[in-house]
Write a protein that binds this ligand. Structure first.
Ligand SMILES: *Cc1c(COP(=O)(O)O)cnc(C)c1O
Length: 401
């Protein structure tokens, strides 16, 4: 359980929302499929093919049991980004007779926002529903946004930057009253909390292995196939794999790892969550005890327990991260947008000022985070923030107000 520490001692890794290491059990399950079990799951004429195909079946049932759906309702993809594309574009094209209107939320992952933007180029109309100061979607605005020609509502289950968990049950109820399909990018929630899409009224759901201790390059799309039976158009054609919904030779090794990761998550996610709650409370209390003018972003309770998004007033997050760089791996937010210099759209969407958004850091811990690491990180952060503030003439003049 000390893989991350072992892998080079320093720095401490607190960027689990960007990606997670592959669990040892997952790696062990995958290894034979790199070597002697190398078959193509579509080869129907020999044992290599049968072996691969039964391994894929097994992985599919492991994932199905995690979210309590049927195996036939799962489509393997190259990752959550592809699953999001498949869900939104696939439904948009399949239901064009109903309309061209899509409703989503301002704090979604770029995977969702960029797909919506792309659809706008071909005539889609997108409504972006806002969130409150704690990051929760405005349910009243959501309800008003849905129209008779709305083909899809897309709301993420849990936010990657803040960990805020959306009220999916209410959202599901609103969508079912309005007779609209609901898709959820659940990439950060899958394997971290219990997700029951059918019971929640979620018709499509995307997830990714590498956010839950599986390998990179494999994702999943859940699509309700019964009551209601969702139809959608594929975006990758050629060979008709995955019931025609996603062509291409299956990434058997990755899929085996994903299945194992799902089984493992089912076993440990509850106890992991309890431990994170303890560690995060220690972290947040620890920095609050030593520093003034810090702000924790996101709903105090409805938030994934391993995520802490903190604004340090008067401190530039990017220079703070740089000064901690050799000690601590953290990020300002999404790894997918950190190439851009814009302040986080998630935080500004919540009403956080541009300046404060640029003073915010996401700490996300995981299965291998230790209490000792958290203690160390507290002292590093406190020291660096104090020294950054004392170097900031404006801050010193205003005495921190
Ligand atoms: C990581 C992430 C994605 C992208 O997943 P990939 O498998 O890396 O393509 C999409 N949405 C959210 C919320 C994520 O955190």
């Amino acid at each position: 359980m000390d893989k991350v520490e072992k892998s080079g001692k320093m720095p401490v890794y607190l960027d689990y929302n960007a990606t997670t290491p592959v669990d040892d059990e997952v790696l062990t399950a995958m290894l034979p499929y790199f070597s002697h079990r190398f078959g193509n799951a579509s080869s129907r004429t020999h044992r290599w093919g049968w072996e691969a195909s039964s391994a894929v079946d097994h992985a599919r049932s492991q994932l199905a049991s995690l979210i309590q759906c049927k195996s036939e309702e799962l489509v393997f993809t190259s990752g959550a980004t592809e699953a999001v594309n498949l869900a939104i574009k696939g439904v948009f094209h399949a239901y064009h007779r109903k309309g061209k209107h899509v409703v989503t939320c301002t704090t979604e992952h770029k995977a969702v926002l960029d797909v919506c933007e792309r659809l706008e180029e071909i005539g889609a109309e997108i409504t972006y529903v806002g969130v409150d100061r704690q990051g929760t979607i405005d349910l009243f605005a959501l309800e008003k946004a849905i129209r008779t020609d709305t083909v899809l509502v897309s709301v993420m289950w849990a936010n990657n930057e803040t960990g805020v968990v959306q009220p999916m049950e209410e959202i599901g109820r609103i969508c079912s009253e309005k007779n609209t399909l609901l898709f959820s990018d659940a990439t950060q929630a899958l394997g971290k909390m219990s997700l029951l899409p059918r019971r929640t009224g979620v018709h499509l759901l995307a997830g990714s292995a590498h956010k839950m201790y599986g390998p990179k390059g494999v994702g999943i799309l859940y699509v309700s196939r019964l009551n209601p039976r969702i139809s959608f158009k594929p975006i990758v054609d050629g060979g008709g794999h995955e019931n025609g919904f996603r062509s291409g030779t299956l990434n058997v090794t990755g899929i085996v790892g994903f299945g194992k990761a799902a089984e493992l998550a089912g076993r440990v996610m509850e106890s992991d969550a309890e431990r994170y709650l303890y560690l995060r409370d220690k972290f947040e209390t620890g920095i609050q005890n030593h520093l003034t003018d810090i702000l924790i972003n996101g709903h105090p309770e409805r938030r994934l327990p391993h995520v802490s998004n903190v604004s340090f007033k008067g401190v530039s997050a990017s220079s703070l991260i740089k000064s901690l760089g050799h000690l601590l791996a953290v990020s300002t937010g999404s790894a997918c947008t950190s190439a851009s210099l814009e302040p986080s759209h998630v935080l500004t969407g919540m009403g956080v000022s541009k300046e404060l958004a640029e003073s915010s850091i996401r700490f996300s811990m995981g299965r291998y985070t230790t209490e000792k690491e958290i203690d160390t990180v507290i002292s590093w952060v406190v020291e660096k923030v104090q020294s950054a503030r004392s170097d900031n003439p404006v801050w010193t003049l205003n005495l921190g107000t």
